[in-house]
Design a protein. Structure first.
Length: 254
């Protein structure tokens, strides 16, 4: 039995674990393998995938490499969040050190359409620098980490939505909405109107669960500051969906 490690915590990671568990899918499943999903442990009540689950970090690339050797892992699928650059980098280093095949399963980013008023920026710091010139009431949808990049901004009111409470330091004028997608366009429009939001700040995380906010912003003519994704580590193959990951595993493991 071959051992597959899924670095997960995302919708795609859970879907891949289910797809590789024959009793949970109507689709033809690959040959039986041992499936372990690893979650970072940053969400208080994560949605757990099928199969074995471990929670917490590995201790950097060296710790991950040691774990791959000890657990005799035959392949790694990095299905982490598109902005989890640290674990993706560690996975690439650990895979190279141990000779373990590595694949990145990364959902496509959001698609810009006519009528969108997007302002792409390379980082949260760049978003914070641009923000005061674009609005005074902000819907911040960047997750609970990274809010500190905006903590120095006076004269701007933030409505921050995340699954868990954000980490300090926080901006002076700040309120928290604890919620988890999927969201609807109607609900997002209502939120933007009720809070009198005049600019949205988000990451290009992609995925249908949170795309409604972009449609709502377009309908209301609001600008959207979009933080661009970090690049995937050099030389690592990438697929956009679960079926692509299944095919890759079948080719590598049989």
């Amino acid at each position: 039995m071959r051992h597959v490690l899924i670095l997960g915590g995302t919708t795609e990671g859970r879907a891949l674990a289910a797809r590789l568990t024959p009793e949970l899918t109507a689709e033809p499943a690959p040959a039986a393998h041992r499936i372990t999903s690893s979650l970072a442990g940053r969400t208080a009540q994560p949605r757990l995938p099928a199969g074995e689950v471990r929670i917490g970090g590995f201790g950097g690339p060296e710790g991950l490499a040691d774990w791959l050797r000890a657990e005799r892992v035959d392949a790694v699928v990095d299905a982490t969040h598109p902005f989890a650059a640290g674990i993706s980098r560690n996975a690439a280093l650990a895979a190279a050190a141990t000779g373990t095949p590595l694949l990145v399963l990364r959902r496509p980013g959001f698609t810009r359409v006519d009528g969108d008023h997007w302002l792409p920026v390379p980082s949260l710091a760049a978003a914070a620098e641009l923000l005061p010139r674009r609005g005074e009431r902000v819907l911040l949808t960047i997750g609970r980490q990274g809010v500190a990049a905006f903590a120095h901004l006076d004269g701007v009111h933030f409505v921050s939505r995340s699954v868990d409470p954000p980490e300090p330091p926080l901006p002076p004028s700040f309120e928290v909405l604890l919620d988890r997608g999927p969201f609807t366009v109607q609900g997002e429009e209502a939120l933007l109107r009720e809070r009198a939001i005049d600019v949205l700040v988000t990451k290009d995380s992609g995925g249908a669960a949170t795309a409604a906010k972009l449609t709502a912003a377009r309908c209301l003519g609001l600008p959207v500051i979009v933080v661009q994704r970090p690049p995937v580590p050099d030389g690592v193959p990438v697929v956009p969906d679960v079926e692509g990951a299944v095919r890759w595993l079948e080719q590598r493991l049989g």
